[in-house]
Design a protein around this ligand. Structure first.
Ligand SMILES: C[S@@+](CC[C@H](N)C(=O)[O-])C[C@H]1O[C@@H](n2cnc3c(N)ncnc32)[C@H](O)[C@@H]1O
Length: 268
């Protein structure tokens, strides 16, 4: 199997650490409640720079984290250590997940289907199952393909002929706490509706005192999944019971939800 590839390295990883702590804040209490109800220990797969993990550790929860990007893991560790916390973190693609202990709760937020093949995604679901204790639960979210309008409009052949989108310069820079500035912009370069595979290209720049210090370009493939397809994959991976909830709200999913969460239980 080829390696999973993401774009969360270098300048993009530092951008995440700097600016993404307040991203989609309702996800934080959603997964926290699942850990509190479902049980510890918990594992954050694709933990990134610790947007969820660090607050959970701060709240006294027993949570480990792993991620394919060594840069994201290093920044997560730095963030935790600044608060006197020392989580168990490691670098590993989710399709090769091999944790040092079993979990009551495994959660995957914003990380499933990134840079992987579909075979790797199914392998990852099997690894999540194996990582759970009996009666443990996996919580995994996806953005449904039709919710992202700028992408959804490219599904018909006629519209898709316009791809790749034109490369445009960033509309502005964001200032970090240390005074450096980040410019970040992405474009869609391909969408394969048969394979449900989207390809983005991202350009990331780091500036200081109007001097360009770093300029990176990275590509990200995303496997797009619809609800019923993922339910079938979870069942194929061994999960005995799958409940689909709405956008991190605990209610049953509806067609209006942009994100859905799968609560998949291991019964034996
Ligand atoms: C959008 S970020 C989300 C980070 C974190 N879960 C959060 O919600 O803030 C996606 C993360 O998934 C990680 N990732 C992508 N593909 C992965 C894979 N195949 N295995 C493990 N982690 C992966 C990336 O490195 C990145 O840190």
């Amino acid at each position: 199997m080829q390696d999973a590839q993401t774009w969360h390295y270098g300048v993009i990883a530092r951008y995440w650490a700097e600016f993404n702590d307040d991203f989609r804040p309702h996800e934080l209490p959603y997964f926290q409640r699942r850990i509190e109800d479902g049980g510890e220990p918990a594992l954050d797969v694709g933990c990134g720079t610790g947007r969820l993990l660090v607050p959970y550790l701060r709240a006294g929860l027993d949570v480990d984290g792993c991620d394919v990007s060594a840069d994201m893991v290093a920044l997560c560790r730095e963030k935790a250590e600044r608060e006197g916390l020392s989580p168990r973190l490691w670098v590993q693609p989710m399709h090769e997940l091999d944790p040092p202990r079993k979990y009551r709760t495994v959660y995957v937020c914003g990380a499933f289907g990134l840079g992987s093949t579909r075979a790797q995604d199914l392998a990852a679901l099997r690894r999540f199952y194996d990582a759970l204790e009996q009666d443990g639960t996996l919580f995994l979210d996806i953005e449904v393909p039709y919710a992202d309008e700028p992408v959804w409009r490219y599904w018909p052949n006629k519209e898709r002929a316009a791809l790749p989108e034109e490369a445009r310069p960033p509309s502005g820079r964001q200032r970090a706490a240390d005074g450096s500035e980040y410019g970040l912009w992405a474009r869609i370069v391909d969408l394969d509706p048969l394979e449900q595979r989207l390809t983005y290209e991202m350009r990331a720049q780091l500036w200081r005192d109007d001097e360009l210090l770093e300029d990176e370009q990275r590509t990200l493939h995303i496997n797009l999944y619809f609800k019923n397809e993922l339910v079938l994959l979870l069942e194929r991976a061994g999960f005995e019971e799958v409940v689909v909830e709405g956008d991190h709200n605990g209610a049953a999913a509806t067609p209006e939800d942009a994100f859905v969460t799968f609560a998949a239980s291991r019964r034996c």
